[in-house]
Every structure is written in C-alpha cells, then in structure tokens.
Design a protein. Structure first.
Length: 246
C-alpha cells in the first residue's frame, strides 16, 4: 500500500489527454488511483492515455468535458461518479495559452482564455464539490508562473491565471474543513527541446537549476498535494527551477 498511496481513490483530471495533463493522470494512476480523463477535442489522445492507465492496472475513463460549458461539466462529473461511485480528487488542468499584444487583444481572445482558465475551474469544482465533501477530498488547480509575473504579450493568460491563484485561496476557505484546495504553478515547461526558434535554450539558460521543467516535475508536485497532509490548504507551489527569482 505504501507504493500506492491513492489506492481506492477516484480522480478526475480536466485536460488529461495530453501534455501536462497526461503526465498528471499517469502519475496518479501509478500511485494507485482510478482516473477519469476529461477532454474537449483530444478524443484520440484521451483514449490512448486511458489505455495506458488501464495497462498499469487501474480503472480508466475518457469523458467528454468542455470546461466552458456548464452542461458538459455537469455531465462529465455525473458520468464519473456513476461509473465508480465516488470522487476523491479533482485536478483542474485544462487551460488555454495564447499570445497577443495587449493593445490588439480582441474580446473573443480575452473571453476564450478567461472562460477556460478561470471560469472552467470554478464550474468543475462547483459540480464536484458535493462528492468531494463526502469523500473529504482534494482540489488541485494548475496555475502558472505567469500569475505572478507580467508577460507583456500574454496579458489575458497572466490575468486568468492570477484569478485562478486567488480562486484557489477562496475555495480553500469556502470548502474547508472537508476539502483542501491547493495550486501547482509551473514555470517554463519544455515539450520540444529542439525548438527551431531557440526558446527552450533561452529559458534553460535563465533557469538557476540549469534546465527547463518537464511535465513530470509538475506531476510530482500534484502528487504531493494529492497524497500529502490534508491540513495543507490554500497554498501555491511554484515549479519553475528558480526561473521566477529573476
């Protein structure tokens, strides 16, 4: 049991089909959890990730979930609970990252980012809350270093993630004592080390730890909040290798 601290637990990961979400889903499954993967358009990737979870001996479920749509969110949570009878951990990972000069941002661009990055976690948490309270469960939001650092061409993204960081704290107070709520805030996470524009090398050179972050670094931080003391709540753990120190 020590190697599977989440045995018997049910987890729902939004945006769990690929990239960071996939790594989180797999890490939680390896820790013993049954994992439902929420996806919007990545059906093929969601099925593949669910298959990988099943291969490690855990139950898996790929669930359509557009976090911008209230009915979709409600149905996804209901489907998960109907399948497995409970919900112990929610990971709000689904997000949109885009760039545009602030003076040229359209209302549609602003709304898309906020509806996904800030309103989405609120909707999913609200629908999951009765089940999480019953289980004395946990919510783990995926924030960003951009929530605390002003990135000139990412104003809508930074503002949305700052809202999520504050939402984490207000959820922690509102949902206590049954549910603890925390946030993991990644810095630069490398998905393609050979980027032609040199971005990966640029950020690695600026990072005190001498490398860029990996999706597995974020997953391990999520695993800490998923398995650590329930008494820890309202906290944000920055996973950036020191990049934010300036």
């Amino acid at each position: 049991m020590a190697s599977e601290p989440l045995a018997g637990k049910v987890v729902f990961v939004t945006g769990g089909a690929r990239r960071i979400g996939r790594e989180i889903a797999l890490a939680l499954a390896h820790a013993g959890a049954d994992v439902a993967i929420g996806y919007r358009s990545s059906q093929t990737e969601a099925a593949q990730t669910a298959s990988e979870i099943a291969a490690c001996g855990r139950r898996s479920l790929a669930v359509p979930c557009n976090v911008r749509d209230e009915n979709s969110v409600r149905e996804a949570i209901a489907q998960t609970v109907a399948a497995w009878g409970r919900l112990d951990i929610l990971v709000n990972n689904a997000a949109v990252f885009s760039s545009a000069p602030l003076g040229e941002l359209t209302l549609a661009q602003w709304d898309e980012v906020f509806e996904t990055n800030a309103r989405g976690p609120f909707l999913v948490a609200r629908e999951a809350l009765p089940h999480l309270r019953q289980a004395h469960g946990r919510i783990i939001n995926i924030g960003s270093l951009g929530a605390t650092h002003a990135w000139a061409n990412h104003a809508h993204y930074c503002a949305s993630k700052a809202a999520l960081h504050m939402l984490t704290q207000t959820m922690a107070k509102s949902f206590a004592p049954e549910v603890c709520v925390n946030c993991v805030a990644p810095g630069w996470i490398e998905f393609s080390p050979d980027q032609a524009d040199g971005t990966a090398a640029h950020f690695a050179a600026k990072t005190p730890m001498g490398r860029n972050g990996q999706a597995s670094d974020v997953a391990e931080a999520v695993l800490f909040f998923a398995t650590g003391p329930h008494f820890i709540t309202g906290q944000t753990l920055v996973v950036d290798g020191g990049l934010g120190l300036g």
